[in-house]
Design a protein around this ligand. Structure first.
Ligand code: RNT
Ligand code: ZN
Length: 426
């Protein structure tokens, strides 16, 4: 049985009704839709192959925990790009491309630390073709030069120098991509470094990480094309006792050195409110990047769905008018190999898109007026009413206008895609 999808007349009629509804709250739905288009969401290429990368190493350990073995994962750049195109066909968002250095395609094999912009030529052409801005990450993981789970903080100087070089070249790659595409590339730095058991030398690890970052960020590059952000974390599997790049470390380092900070929504204690970080940190750092993820009990990287945390991130950004700034970027970051990887991208994109649209349609003025007047019951109840305003009618209209399947009909297209394209990959 095929999924239900409303016809054009119903979509238009529902949109006209919703338009009047929101107008009564002082919200212009056409303006909200125009703003929606200006907010990019980056699709994390690394979910398409379970963060394996294209380099051929024997027996490397992965520092990203991915579970499952759903058939059809992309095996090379062309398949990964084909899957990304499928995801974009099913999402009405404005898409950015989230890259990692492990997806370079050099014409002759090279060390990861030596990559240059030309090793991403196919990705740059792909981004051009789809009018996408790019986000980049040096992959400080899944590589023979990782030693005892460490890269930039490693006590082994040869290891540390290798990754410093990768970091320096990574920034140059970002600047060159940004210059060519005329966009600002967000260069996100996350390194898994830490220890499983209690260390007697926290200071040593942190001193080395600080020195590595000092060397990586020493070069002055054109910040019209590059925004450097640092991604902290509470812990990882095998780093239960100590994470060198903790949130405190990176927030302090970013604030002092005029760099940006990345909020990965899976990287906090499960009861911590990550949307609360925005107003606390943004004023003191030079940029803010999001890795939207769904942690379940820990940093489990479940596929993004619409939950309160996600909605709150977009509400905070909208209320502070941060959705359209050149120093704020939003990207996805999750991976679950138990589900079709393209379905997961689309589910995450659509969840982020709906949360964004809901925030743009929020009657913020009335909420803040109720609060300023001390009417806390009204603030509470109106916030709850917001959850049932006809956002979906506006969403359906947006999808329809963009030629994207309306409602759950995109799942029918995924059935065909996995049968015809993904499963035959073997
Ligand atoms: C890991 C971080 C990091 C990675 C990607 C692959 O916990 O979230 O962003 O997911 O770089
Ligand atoms: Zn992340």
């Amino acid at each position: 049985m095929r999924m239900y999808s409303p016809n054009a007349a119903t979509i238009q009629k529902n949109y006209e009704d919703a338009k009047q509804y929101f107008a009564a709250y002082g919200i212009d739905t056409d303006a909200a839709l125009a703003q929606f288009e200006k907010v990019g969401i980056s699709i994390h290429s690394w979910a398409g192959d379970d963060v394996k990368g294209f380099e051929k190493h024997e027996n490397v350990h992965s520092e990203n925990t991915v579970t499952g073995n759903y058939p059809g994962a992309a095996r090379n750049g062309d398949e990964l790009r084909q899957d990304l195109e499928q995801a974009m066909r099913l999402s009405p968002c404005t898409h950015r491309l989230g890259l990692q250095s492990m997806y370079a395609e050099p014409t002759t094999p090279k060390e990861r630390c030596d990559y240059g912009v030309e090793d991403f030529r196919k990705w740059i052409d792909f981004a051009k073709k789809h009018h996408m801005a790019v986000d980049y990450n040096v992959s400080y993981f899944t590589h023979p030069m990782m030693k005892d789970g460490c890269s930039l903080a490693s006590p082994d100087e040869e290891v540390r120098q290798y990754w410093i070089k990768a970091g320096i070249n990574g920034r140059r790659i970002c600047e060159a991509i940004g210059r060519e595409l005329n966009c600002r590339v967000f260069n996100n730095t996350w390194a898994p470094d830490g220890t499983k058991d209690n260390t007697a030398d926290r200071w040593g690890y942190r001193r080395r990480l600080q020195d590595s970052l000092d060397q990586i960020f020493a070069e002055k590059l054109d910040d019209r094309y590059l925004c450097d952000c640092l991604e902290g974390k509470v812990f990882s599997i095998a780093n239960e006792c100590f994470t060198v790049g903790s949130h405190d470390f990176y927030i302090a380092y970013a604030a002092k050195n005029n760099l940006g900070y990345t909020i990965d929504t899976g990287h906090y204690h499960p009861t911590e409110n990550y949307a609360d970080k925005i107003s606390a940190v943004y004023p003191f750092v030079s940029g803010l990047m999001f890795h939207l993820s769904r942690g379940v009990r820990w940093d489990s990287d479940h596929t993004l769905i619409q939950d309160d945390g996600l909605y709150q991130v977009f509400q905070e950004l909208k209320r502070a008018d941060l959705l359209n700034r050149e120093n704020v970027a939003i990207g996805l970051d999750f991976f679950d190999a138990q589900v079709n990887r393209v379905t997961a991208w689309v589910c995450g994109l659509r969840a982020a898109g709906k949360a964004l649209l809901s925030a743009l349609l929020e009657p913020t003025k009335q909420l803040q007026e109720a609060e300023a007047a001390g009417n806390l019951g009204k603030r509470m109840a109106l916030l709850d009413e917001c959850k049932n305003m006809p956002v979906n009618a506006v969403w359906d209209y947006l999808c329809w206008k963009k030629g994207v399947p309306v409602g759950a009909a995109w799942l029918d297209e995924m059935d065909v895609y996995e049968r015809e394209v993904q499963f035959p990959r073997g």
